[in-house]
Design a protein around this ligand. Structure first.
Ligand code: HEM
Length: 368
C-alpha cells in the first residue's frame, strides 16, 4: 500500500497545537522546577539545616514522588504536540543525539526510585540510612543531567544550522551514530541556567503554599522562618533570572531574532516575560507588613504561574521564529481529525479534574 506522507496534514488546527503545547509545557514546568532545584535545596536543608529547615525539607521530600509523577505526566502533553507538528525537526535532532536522548529513560527510572527511597526514609528525628541519603543525591544529580539533556535536544531541534557539523563528526558511512551532543551551542547553557533560576523561585513559592494550603504549619516560629527563607530564595531567583536573561538574549540571539523579539507587538511579551518575576517577588516582600493569608499565597502562586506561562510563551515564539527560516517545518496543510481531538480534550479535562481533586483533599488529610 502506498501512503503519500507529504499530504498527510497536521491533524489539529495550528492554534490548538500551539495552545496545548504552551499549556502542557507550563504545567510540566511547575512540578519539574520542584525536582530541578527544589530537590537539591530539600536534600541540603535536610542534611545541614536547622529544625525548621528540616521540617520543610522532610515535607518536600515526602511529597516528591507525587510531584515527579505529576510532572512527567504533564510533560507528555507538549511532547505529543511536538511530535505531531514539529516532527520534521524533532526526530532528526533527537536521532543525532539518540543515545543521550534514550539515556533519559535510563536516568529517570533510578532517579524516581531514589526519590521514593529517600521519601520513605524521612522520619522526624530519626537518622536516615546512608544508602537512602546516597539514593537521594544520585537522584538529584540524574534530574539535573536530564534537564541538561532536554535543553540540549530542544535547542538542537530549533537550531537546524548546527545539524550538518554534528552529523559530519558523528556518522559511520552516512548513518548517524547518535553520539552527537549540542554542547558547543552557546544557547544551551543560559537556557539550562534560566530554568534553574525559575526553579528557585517556584521552590520558594511552594514553601509558602505548603505552609498555608497543604497543612505544613508547625508553629509560629516555623512560619516566620519559612517566610524569611522564601523571601531570600525568591530574591536569589530574581537576580539569577535577570543576569541569565541578559546572557541569553545578548549572548545568543541572532540579530534578526533580537530585532523581532524587540519590535512591536512582540516586545510586550519579551518585556513582560523578563519582568514577570517581580510580581511574586513584590507580593512576597510585602508579607510582614501584611500577614501571610491564603489570598496572598494564592496571588503568589498565580504570579509564579504567570512567570512560567510567559516564559513558555516566549520560548515557543523564539522556537517558531528560529524555525521560520525553514518554512517546510511549520507551514504544513492541516487535515483536522475531530474525533481524536475530542478524545484528547475529554481525557485531558478528566485528568486535570482528578489532579485538582487530589490536591484539594491534601489539606483535609490528617497525615498532611
Ligand atoms: C520523561 C518525562 C518527561 C517528559 C515527557 C518531558 C517533556 C518535555 C517537553 C516536551 C519539553 C519541551 C516543551 C516545549 O518545548 O514546548 C520539556 C522541557 C523541559 N524539560 Fe521535561 N519532560 C520529562 C521529564 C523531565 C525531567 C525528568 C526533567 C529534569 C529536570 C525535565 C526538564 C526539562 C527542562 C529543563 C525543559 C526545558 C528545555 C528547554 O530549555 O528547551 N523534564 N520536557
Amino acid at each position: 500500500m502506498y501512503i503519500d506522507l507529504t499530504s498527510a496534514g497536521v491533524p489539529a488546527p495550528f492554534w490548538f497545537v500551539q495552545f496545548f503545547k504552551w499549556l502542557g509545557f507550563t504545567l510540566h514546568t511547575i512540578p519539574m522546577n520542584l525536582w530541578f532545584a527544589g530537590l537539591l535545596i530539600g536534600l541540603w536543608l535536610h542534611l545541614r539545616g536547622n529544625n525548621y529547615a528540616k521540617h520543610f525539607a522532610g515535607r518536600l521530600l515526602r511529597q516528591m514522588p507525587i510531584i515527579v509523577a505529576l510532572g512527567i505526566n504533564f510533560g507528555i502533553v507538549p511532547l505529543l504536540f511536538i511530535q505531531v507538528a514539529y516532527y520534521k525537526v524533532f526526530y532528526p535532532a533527537t536521532i543525532l543525539m539518540a543515545w543521550f536522548w534514550l539515556s533519559i529513560i535510563g536516568l529517570l527510572i533510578p532517579a524516581y526510585y531514589g526519590v521514593y527511597a529517600y521519601a520513605w526514609g524521612v522520619k522526624n528525628g530519626a537518622k536516615m540510612e546512608s544508602w537512602r541519603v546516597a539514593a537521594g543525591w544520585i537522584a538529584c544529580a540524574f534530574f539535573l543531567t536530564i534537564g541538561f539533556l532536554f535543553v540540549n535536544g530542544l535547542t538542537l531541534m530549533e537550531h537546524v544550522s548546527r545539524w550538518p557539523e554534528l552529523w559530519k563528526n558523528n556518522n559511520i558511512a552516512g548513518a548517524a551514530t547518535g553520539l552527537a551532543l549540542n554542547i558547543t551551542d552557546p544557547a544551551v547553557y543560559p537556557r539550562w541556567l534560566l530554568m534553574f533560576g525559575f526553579a528557585l523561585g517556584t521552590t520558594a513559592v511552594w514553601m509558602l503554599v505548603d505552609l498555608c494550603v497543604l497543612g505544613g504549619e508547625k508553629d509560629e516560629a516555623y512560619r516566620n522562618w519559612a517566610i524569611g527563607f522564601a523571601k531570600k530564595l525568591y530574591t536569589v531567583s530574581l537576580g539569577w533570572t535577570i543576569v541569565v536573561w541578559a546572557a541569553y538574549i545578548f549572548g545568543t540571539w541572532s540579530q534578526d531574532l533580537f530585532a523581532t523579539m524587540f519590535s512591536w507587538p512582540i516586545i510586550l511579551l519579551t518585556l513582560l516575560t523578563i519582568g514577570a518575576p517581580t510580581v511574586p517577588w513584590m507580593t512576597l516582600m510585602g508579607v510582614g507588613e501584611r500577614p501571610l493569608t491564603r489570598p496572598t499565597v494564592t496571588t503568589l502562586a498565580l504570579g509564579q504561574f504567570l512567570v512560567l506561562g510567559l516564559n513558555a510563551a516566549t520560548r515557543q515564539t523564539v522556537q517558531n521564529l528560529n524555525l521560520s527560516l525553514y518554512p517546510a517545518v511549520l507551514d504544513q496543510p492541516t487535515d483536522v481529525q475531530w474525533s481524536p481531538i475530542a478524545m484528547f480534550l475529554i481525557v485531558f479535562a478528566l485528568g486535570v479534574a482528578v489532579i485538582a481533586w487530589m490536591l484539594w483533599q491534601i489539606p483535609k488529610s490528617k497525615s498532611a
